[in-house]
Design a protein around this ligand. Structure first.
Ligand code: ATP
Length: 239
């Protein structure tokens, strides 16, 4: 069967004033895939996520979901079927877990399925149900990451974007969260993540891209990237 391209980034350019953060980045994510973009600090990973979400201006190029161009307003991008769990989680600290999750469903308007989806998110992250009335700012780092992912899922995205989900978390917590991402993918959500933690990201994903100072320099099946000598030396601690 022919695989369907769900998300496509074509020749994307983004600048911050005189700083060119992305210089013609292209990538494809097929329906059902987990794809990771690895790269060092400052490579442009967050900029790529934020440009897909229209949180920064796309200077040139386009982003397509199932062939349809993504609009230039973030809430419209969410309505079109893409949501982001942002770098540093950015949960709403003075709101409860439940209120944060409801915020994620906000772009859906008065969709009655929201209640079902709350149960879906609680089934993925039972911990969030235990903490339903707790202020998000009082959660642990791992719980805040679960909440950020849950909040993004409440938009019922076709593609879930994740910006550094492992950032600042202990290895055992990272393992739990990545296991949950695999389950979310098995339930039909296509995933694109950017990570400095290249090994974990490639172990989770089907394919990977390497972003270096605003350019894609390599791509391939994750197992090939994991076995690649240059990538090992540059991104996998040389092992
Ligand atoms: P990190 O993992 O540190 O977030 P990254 O790969 O996500 O790195 P970006 O945050 O996308 O990289 O940054 C890409 C480049 O753009 C860097 O040179 C960065 O300094 C610059 N940059 C990012 N945001 C801004 C901004 N708001 N204003 C000016 N320059 C920026």
């Amino acid at each position: 069967a022919e695989r369907k391209v769900l998300l496509e980034v074509k020749d994307l350019h983004v600048s911050y004033g005189a700083i060119k953060a992305l210089s013609g980045v292209s990538l494809k994510v097929f329906e059902g895939e987990i794809v990771s973009v690895i790269g060092s600090n400052g490579a442009g990973k967050s900029t790529l996520m934020n440009a897909i979400m229209a949180m920064v201006r796309r200077e040139k190029g386009e982003v397509l979901l199932a062939g349809v161009p993504l609009e230039a307003k973030s809430y419209r991008v969410v309505q079109q079927g893409i949501s982001l769990s942002p770098e540093g989680r950015k949960v709403f600290a003075p709101l409860t877990v439940l209120e944060n999750l409801r915020m994620g469903a906000f772009p859906r308007g008065s969709d009655r399925k929201v209640e079902d989806d709350l149960e879906w998110v609680f089934s993925l992250f039972p911990r969030l149900k235990e903490r339903i009335g707790q202020y998000a700012g009082t959660l642990s780092g791992g719980e805040q990451q679960m909440l950020a992912i849950g909040r993004a899922l409440m938009a019922r995205p076709k593609v879930l974007l994740l910006d550094e989900p492992s950032l600042g978390l202990a290895p055992i917590i990272i393992r739990d969260i990545f296991k949950e991402l695999r389950r979310i993918n098995n339930e039909g959500v296509t995933i694109l993540l950017v990570e400095q933690n290249a090994r974990q990201a490639l172990l989770l994903s089907h394919r990977g891209y390497v972003l270096q100072t605003g350019h894609m320099v390599q791509e391939g099946p994750s197992e090939e990237l994991l076995a690649n000598a240059d990538i090992k030396a540059a991104y996998l601690g040389g092992a």
